[in-house]
Write a protein that binds this ligand. Structure first.
Ligand code: FAD
Length: 322
């Protein structure tokens, strides 16, 4: 993990390295590096958690057979593996784009794509890392909860990945900002997706390609309608928009990589992962913003009625302190 500390600089001499204005703007390149680094950490954390789960599954015997032979357990771990493969391909496309930009060899398409894909990759892979760590802990049963095993740390270390370097919401707003600048970032994104899907048909992944393309088209239509509706409507859906774009790019990259794996090595795992990610869900956008309903759910007096509900369950009474 990144070393971190709170420093108080009292009377220290400071030499401005880039003037005294436009601090946030000048920090931009540094944020691209740390957000890319974050995505790589997410992928690495997922990989580690899955490796431990797979190892345990081969050793733990339940009802007469190792967990690795139990269909439901295999299905559960396969879902994690597919998500990790998608996250890897998204994160390392951003690594490539960053490297090309730093080396001064990125073309226009790559610069525009990198600006949009960096926050998308950071927020998408971080959410995947948290979900994967949680499921990996569960795959150990009770041991996953016990501090001495070292396993709970996987979840704690994953959780920070969606918080620092910009939370999911803050980065979703950054994605909106990039898309709203009219800089051609969305067009660069669409053309990247189409490029990734060129060999989908020959790899028997036309259905998965359609899932990715439909999701991106839906995102474009939603954004246009939301921008016309106003700022609140757009912001309310920003996280679903950003995650949909992230998952669509992961799926497209899985199809591209899977087609290559199949052709070059006869290995079906890439396409299998694409099918799995497509089934797990890509398009998260909802057309109805229902902002009034959201406000009602979290507004004053919304939490929480006292007493039992129809099923006799007790709902805690929380007094709002005024
Ligand atoms: C272990 C650790 C190490 C860190 N190290 C460093 C470091 O070395 N250097 C450094 O500068 N910082 C560091 N940070 C700080 C970190 O970057 C911030 O905690 C993070 O960016 C979130 O900011 P915040 O804590 O102020 O939360 P807040 O901004 O108060 O956010 C609270 C919640 O509100 C949401 N939110 C905020 N704004 C909006 C909005 N406009 N619309 C919708 N939702 C919104 C957020 O998504 C979040 O869920 C570190 C944090 C941690 C946990």
């Amino acid at each position: 993990m990144l070393p971190t500390a709170e420093l108080t600089l009292d009377g220290a001499l400071a030499i401005p390295v880039a003037g005294l204005d436009d601090g946030i703007k000048k920090m931009g390149p540094m944020l691209n590096v740390t957000r890319t680094w974050n995505a790589v950490c997410s992928v690495a954390g997922m990989r580690r958690a899955i490796a431990l789960s797979l190892d345990y599954a081969r050793k733990r015997v339940v009802f007469g057979a190792p967990l690795s032979e139990k269909a439901l357990h295999v299905d559960t771990l396969a879902g994690l593996q597919a998500e990790q493969m998608g996250a890897f391909l998204l994160a390392f496309r951003v690594v490539e784009l960053l490297g090309r930009e730093e080396a001064g060899v990125a073309d226009d398409h790559e610069v525009r794509l990198g600006r949009l894909l960096t926050p998308i990759a950071k927020l998408t892979t971080a959410r995947q890392a948290v979900a994967t760590a949680s499921e990996a802990l569960e795959s150990f049963g009770g041991a996953g909860y016990v501090e001495d095993t070292g396993l709970p740390r996987l979840l704690r270390d994953a959780q920070v990945l969606s918080i620092w370097e910009g939370t999911t919401n803050v980065l979703s707003l950054d994605v909106l900002r990039v898309l709203g600048q009219g800089s051609g970032a969305f067009q660069a994104f669409e053309s990247e997706i189409r490029h990734c899907l060129e060999k989908a048909e020959s790899a028997d992944a036309a259905r998965e390609a359609k899932v990715a393309l439909d999701a991106v088209a839906h995102a474009g239509r939603w954004l246009e309608a939301a921008l016309a509706e106003g700022r609140d409507a757009t912001e309310a859906g920003a996280r679903r928009l950003a995650l949909t774009l992230g998952r669509a790019m992961e799926l497209a990259r899985l199809v591209e990589h899977g087609a290559w794996l199949l052709e070059a090595k006869g290995d079906p795992r890439g396409i299998a992962a694409a099918r799995r990610v497509a089934r797990n869900g890509v398009d998260l956008i909802v057309d109805l913003h229902a902002l009034d309903e959201s406000r009602a759910l979290v507004g004053d007096g919304a939490l929480i009625r006292s007493g039992g509900d129809a099923h006799g369950m007790h709902i805690a009474h929380v007094e709002r302190r005024r």
